[in-house]
Design a protein around this ligand. Structure first.
Ligand code: GLU
Length: 282
């Protein structure tokens, strides 16, 4: 079976050096495994995604000399796939409607609530105890205790690296009653990523270490939806001079600023220790 990898940026800003490193890591592993490399645009956040960022992403990746196989998948064109997957969870009684607003959630959280790995307070269960009226716009959340009890236990995922493979125990409960369908769009990052990885036949997920805790929840969703589970490699994060992880939200310098200053794609590859692209595109 040919390995399949994917690079999956969100078009809510310009790519920075951290994305370049992630895309080049995917390229290098795909090449080593003799696999295919897909590009997926993760644009379910329709309020923040912009067509001009999609164009800029494609242009920056082409400039870096990374070639992708197959069609580009844009998540915003596939909400039906995510709706269908959510329906399967709903039929099994694993979802509940949640009408809590951001303000209600932060008021309920108090001063020092238990938090998920992203730092958000764990859901306090308000709408599980008091289901919201049907006319209220709602998100849908995973009833984590019910979901955990339905899945195999313990649950593992496979981490791979140059040193081989290793089983990691998944602890999805640390995400609490995670949002599966958002209030504004019929999808969420966690649902869309597992549905797409399965639909696209992804066998090896290569992404930043900041997403490693999310893998526990992804593994649980795969199990509940009967989807295959890829192997995972979470690479280190590129930091700035102050040691902070690069992020669009911190206005990290975009890749194209390096390009405009005359840095070449070969220099970027060398900076990260990747060999020159053997057949550079023009
Ligand atoms: N879209 C995510 C990001 O840009 C990546 C998701 C993934 O690789 O699973 O951070």
């Amino acid at each position: 079976m040919t390995p399949v990898l994917r690079f999956a940026p969100s078009p809510n800003g310009l790519l920075h050096l951290g994305h370049a490193f992630s895309a080049l890591t995917n390229e290098s592993i795909a090449r080593r495994l003799g696999g295919r490399l897909l590009l997926r645009i993760e644009d379910i956040d329709i309020g923040r995604s912009r067509p001009e960022f999609v164009e800029a992403i494609r242009d920056d990746l082409a400039w870096l000399g990374i070639r992708f196989d197959g069609e580009i998948r844009r998540q915003s064109e596939h909400f039906d796939d995510y709706r269908r997957a959510a329906e399967r969870l709903r039929e099994r009684g694993l979802l509940f409607r949640c009408g809590c607003t951001r303000a209600e959630l932060s008021a309920a959280a108090g001063l020092d609530p238990p938090r998920d790995p992203d730092g958000a307070p764990l859901y306090p269960g308000t709408c599980r105890r008091h289901p919201p009226p049907l006319e209220r716009p709602c998100a849908e959340r995973l009833a984590m205790d019910v979901a955990g009890a339905r899945a195999s236990s313990p649950l593992f995922w496979t981490a791979f690296s140059d040193n081989g493979e290793e089983e990691r125990r998944a602890d999805p409960s640390r995400w609490g009653d995670a949002v599966i369908l958002r209030k504004d769009v019929p999808a969420s990052y966690h649902l869309a990523v597992v549905v797409d990885d399965a639909l696209q036949g992804v066998t090896h997920v290569v992404r930043g270490a900041d997403l490693e805790p999310a893998t526990d929840l992804h593994r649980l969703l795969q199990e509940l939806l009967g989807l295959p589970t890829p192997r995972y490699h979470h690479h280190g994060l590129i930091t700035d001079a102050a040691g902070e992880k690069l992020a669009k939200s911190r206005m990290s310098e975009p890749l194209r600023a390096h390009r405009e200053r005359g840095t070449s794609p070969a220099e970027i590859r060398r900076m990260f220790g990747f060999a020159q692209n053997p057949t550079p595109s023009t």
